[in-house]
Design a protein around this ligand. Structure first.
Ligand code: BEZ
Length: 253
């Protein structure tokens, strides 16, 4: 769930992530089902974060190894008893021959998706699969628009922080990397935010305030939240405009 150095200027607190964004791994059941972890399968979990889903892959009997650049997240995953390679997915992976590379909510943080896909391809054995879910085209579009409007109101230029590809773009990238696409689905999934928009922005929106003075950063996020009032429902609370892209692709055998 992060990237190089970290990707897009994000640093992680495992405690904050579990509190404000624990729903991200909790909603990973369907991409896990697409992976179908089982004994005998050797799986690399790309951007494993605190290892919540890596542990579920291991619990299904597969050999699960995490790959994660963020030191705090690596420590949290290791505390679960998992083996984690601390590395940036933009660099060639130090281990290969995997039966599957799995990734949930990490690929949208990558600055150079074709480079990452080339590394994934090289890390798979012939016949191995990439099974992943990430933000897809239109994901949190209202949130991004509000953050950039708040930046412009504060005299800062708008940013493109995340990669939310359309199915057509992602299929093109996967095929250019050498993969055969098995499934590729765009899934609108309005998602209730357990700690509200303020909790979500505090967890994920740091790249939008990095170049703002500390006093401006808080005001900028408050301004973005105010612009997002239409995502607040009196009965449901805050609901973010999530759109997922779920896919499986095979390295030809
Ligand atoms: C996510 O991990 O689900 C996410 C992160 C940044 C923007 C949107 C979604």
């Amino acid at each position: 769930m992060s990237g190089s150095g970290p990707a897009a200027g994000q640093e992680w607190s495992p405690e904050d992530y579990a509190c404000h964004a624990g729903f991200v791994p909790a909603l990973g059941a369907e991409v896990l089902a697409l992976l179908a972890p089982r004994p005998g399968l050797r799986v690399l979990d790309l951007g494993c974060g605190d290892g919540a889903l890596t542990a579920r892959i291991a619990a299904a009997g597969a050999e699960a190894v995490g790959l994660e650049p963020d030191a705090a997240m690596v420590a949290a995953a290791e505390a679960r008893g998992l083996r984690v390679i601390r590395a940036d997915a933009h660099d060639p992976f130090p281990e290969g021959g995997f039966d599957a590379v799995f990734s949930n909510a990490a690929l949208h943080w990558m600055r150079d998706p074709p480079r990452v896909l080339a590394n994934v391809f090289a890390a798979l054995r012939p016949g191995g699969r990439l099974v992943a879910e990430q933000g897809g085209f239109g994901n949190v579009a209202a949130v991004v628009t509000a953050l950039n409007a708040a930046r412009e109101a504060a005299g800062l230029s708008p940013l493109r922080v995340w990669d939310f590809p359309s199915p057509t773009l992602q299929r093109t990238r996967l095929e250019a990397a050498g993969f055969e696409v098995e499934t590729l689905t765009l899934i609108p999934r309005p998602t209730p935010l357990p700690t509200g928009m303020a909790g979500w922005l505090a967890t994920f929106a740091a790249p939008f305030t990095r170049d703002a003075a500390p006093v401006t950063a808080g005001a900028l996020l408050a301004d973005a939240e105010r612009r997002l009032a239409a995502l607040h429902d009196p009965a449901e609370g805050w609901v973010a405009d999530y759109v997922r892209l779920r896919f499986a692709a095979r390295r030809p055998g």
